[in-house]
Design a protein around this ligand. Structure first.
Ligand SMILES: [Fe+2]
Ligand SMILES: [Fe+2]
Length: 219
């Protein structure tokens, strides 16, 4: 396998109220509410618009999450989902390695993308898969792999701190990729198959549901 594998407003309240003046001279609407109460002037429309905007933002965010996790979940069982995410992360690394120092904005964007992908992936493993591994009496591998995730965060931190135009940026990315690939290989070739084989279909289905739920939350 080569080093760089390719698994590679409408204002509905605009109508003037038929309000009369109250004894204190303040304008009141026909229903007796102050002209400055909710919904009786432009304020209500603004609030409606703001609420509508927030709802749209929430809907857009949900759509993004469904899309992001849907891409992984389509892969199949929990191990297939995680393997697909390994491939996605390695593909981002390859794009980073194909850049030159003049592409500092592209490098910064790719690093953000990689950080997000790895945050989501490591969260799924640390909160679902590794606990299941410990329950299956494989505490040693769970602790080893979780310890390596600490170095994933360290590489991300170092790359963020050094700046994308640093002379040793590519070298650091290459080193980081090598570490992630080795880690992923151990999961894919040894740890995941063993864990999967040791669980019933129901247990595997539960881990798949939990990984997808965690991934959706982190997407
Ligand atoms: Fe991992
Ligand atoms: Fe992994």
């Amino acid at each position: 396998m080569p080093t760089t594998r390719t698994r590679t407003s409408s204002n509905t309240n605009r109508g003037r109220s038929s309000g009369s003046r109250s004894s204190n001279g303040k304008s009141r609407s026909s229903n007796g509410k102050s002209a400055f109460s909710w919904g009786s002037n432009g304020t209500g429309a603004l609030i409606s618009a703001a609420v509508g905007g927030a709802a749209l933002a929430i809907a857009a965010n949900l759509g993004r999450k469904f899309f992001a996790q849907g891409m992984s979940a389509r892969a199949g069982d929990w191990d297939d989902v995680l393997i697909a995410e390994h491939d996605m992360a390695l593909a981002i690394f390859d794009k980073m390695l194909a850049t030159d120092p003049s592409q500092s904005i592209k490098r910064t964007m790719l690093l953000k993308k990689l950080g997000h992908a790895l945050d989501k992936h490591t969260h799924e493993e640390e909160n679902v898969v590794y606990p299941a591994l410990r329950q299956a009496d494989d505490k040693y591998d769970a602790d080893l792999l979780e310890g390596e995730h600490g170095y994933v965060k360290t590489y991300l931190y170092e790359l963020d701190q050094m700046g994308s135009d640093a002379p040793n940026w590519l070298e650091k990315v290459r080193e980081f990729r090598g570490m992630v690939e080795k880690h992923a290989r151990m999961e894919e070739d040894e740890v995941f198959p063993r864990l999967k084989a040791g669980m019933t279909d129901e247990q595997n289905a539960k881990i798949t549901r939990l990984v997808n739920k965690d991934g959706f939350m982190m997407a």
